[in-house]
Design a protein around this ligand. Structure first.
Ligand code: SAM
Length: 422
């Protein structure tokens, strides 16, 4: 069924919103002000979803997407409009969400200098030895040869990965990860956990000489249960340029590929700089602290910092990262268990949870110990709003800033400062 639809709004996940009769219709990759012809691909009780066939009237903000796969790919939502317009939509989306907790104040926006080629890591799906992504909101694979939101140095590694896969017909390969750490390229092949690989039978290609290459065995890469083997350890020392991340080639070699890292170096630094403006002389808890990069920087200004991180591999890296800081204690455990064990008075808690947000006990403990200030960093505004609701009787929102960590997508990193009311 094909419908003519007027798009009048934008949804929280970046789709255009129109109506078919009285029913709300979401049409991905369309813009408010547009009139489109769309095929209805899913029809529910309260809403339906359309697939845009034709733009009958285009928005003045519409531009041609840089990516050849934009119309089908599940990665990007906003390549079809100008960056100025994307920023306006993101602010509007967050404004709407924060109204649910009564916040109607100003939202600052930290735009990215690079709208494209910013991602320092890529995760590819693998099918029949080909690299690809999933189509929009599905697990349907399609092959990709490029991705304009990824770092160009990573993209230049693709032909070498493809050559390696063509030479070795792996059956249980799940994903291929590429990461750029301070100019050094890491390639990691994730195999099913029961895979046994005979290294003597591997057909070696130039990938081993060019990049730091790993084989991982597990269900997902980001798990302590996943076993990682370094299969080449070439580090081109002259190539390692890391002007902003103060990591030596030695440190880069020791990076744990399983641990979380921010995907956008430029915005991560701006975000960390914002947190650091508020820590001088304080006792700080850095909860969900990852590999300790922020903990180390907080330690340079704060009185004392506790870092709490669940993943053992990330915690161990954090111990190395903060080895020279005498005012840091890194704790390996769940924030919901460890926070209550900290006896010292805490002036500020930094919360930077994964997409699932904070556990209720973490919020309750923060409230119970009358922590004067909270800096909440969120990559998922749905769980952010849920958690702000819990905090709202005791805390007032003082500042909201969007850090555009993921340009071209509807995702955003939100930084919220809360001050104790009572
Ligand atoms: C969004 S990352 C933030 C990492 C760090 N703040 C950074 O900037 O690199 C979230 C981190 O929380 C950790 N994590 C997830 N659940 C946790 C929990 N219940 N307790 C402690 N850490 C947890 C993850 O392993 C991950 O390293």
């Amino acid at each position: 069924m094909s419908e003519k639809i007027e798009i009048f709004d934008i949804s929280y996940d970046g789709a255009g919103v129109g109506k078919v009769g009285e029913k709300i219709c979401f049409v991905p990759k369309t813009l408010p002000g547009e009139v489109v012809q769309a095929k209805i691909v899913s029809d529910g009780k309260t809403f339906c979803v359309g697939e845009c066939d034709k733009i009958l009237k285009a928005s003045p903000a519409r531009i041609e997407a840089k990516c050849p796969y934009f119309s089908i790919c599940g990665g990007c939502d906003f390549q079809h409009c100008t960056y100025e317009q994307e920023q306006i939509y993101k602010k509007q989306i967050l404004e709407k969400e924060l109204k649910k907790v009564g916040f109607c104040g100003e939202i600052d926006f930290v735009a990215a200098e690079q709208r494209f080629f910013y991602r320092n890591k890529i995760k590819f799906e693998v099918e029949k030895g080909k690299l690809g992504y999933f189509k929009h909101k599905s697990h349907d694979f399609f092959e990709v040869k490029t991705c304009p939101i990824c770092d160009e140095k990573l993209l230049s590694a693709l032909p070498f990965v493809e050559e390696f896969l063509a030479e070795n017909k792996f059956k249980s390969l799940i994903n291929v990860y590429l990461r750029n750490v301070g100019g050094e390229i890491f390639v990691c092949f994730l195999f099913d956990k029961n895979t046994k690989i005979d290294m003597k039978k591997i057909k070696k290609t130039t990938i081993f000489e060019r990049f730091l290459t790993f084989f991982a065995f597990g269900e997902i890469l980001e798990s302590d249960k996943t076993k990682v083997v370094t299969v080449s350890s070439h580090v081109a020392e002259n190539d390692v340029t890391c002007p902003e991340t103060p990591q030596s080639p030695e440190e880069i070699r020791q990076i744990d590929i399983r641990a979380f890292s921010q995907v956008n170096d430029e915005i991560a630094q701006k975000l960390y700089a914002e947190v650091l403006r508020n820590v001088a002389g304080k006792n700080v808890v850095n909860a969900y602290s990852g590999q300790g990069l922020l903990t180390r920087q907080i330690a340079e200004r704060a009185r004392f910092v506790f870092g709490i991180e669940l993943q053992k591999s990330a915690h161990e890296k954090a111990e190395e990262t903060c080895a020279k800081c005498l005012n840091v204690k890194n704790i390996c455990g769940r924030v919901e268990n460890e926070l209550q064990k900290i006896a010292e008075k805490i002036d500020l808690i930094v919360l930077d949870p994964a997409r699932a947000g904070c556990q209720k006990t973490v919020l309750k403990e923060t409230i119970a110990r009358k922590t004067p200030e909270i800096a909440y960093i969120s990559c998922n505004f749905a769980t952010l709003v849920r958690d702000l609701k819990v905090l709202s009787d005791f805390y007032e929102i003082e500042k909201v800033k969007i850090f555009d960590m993921f340009p071209c997508t509807a995702n955003m990193e939100t930084y919220v400062v809360l001050k104790r009311k009572i």
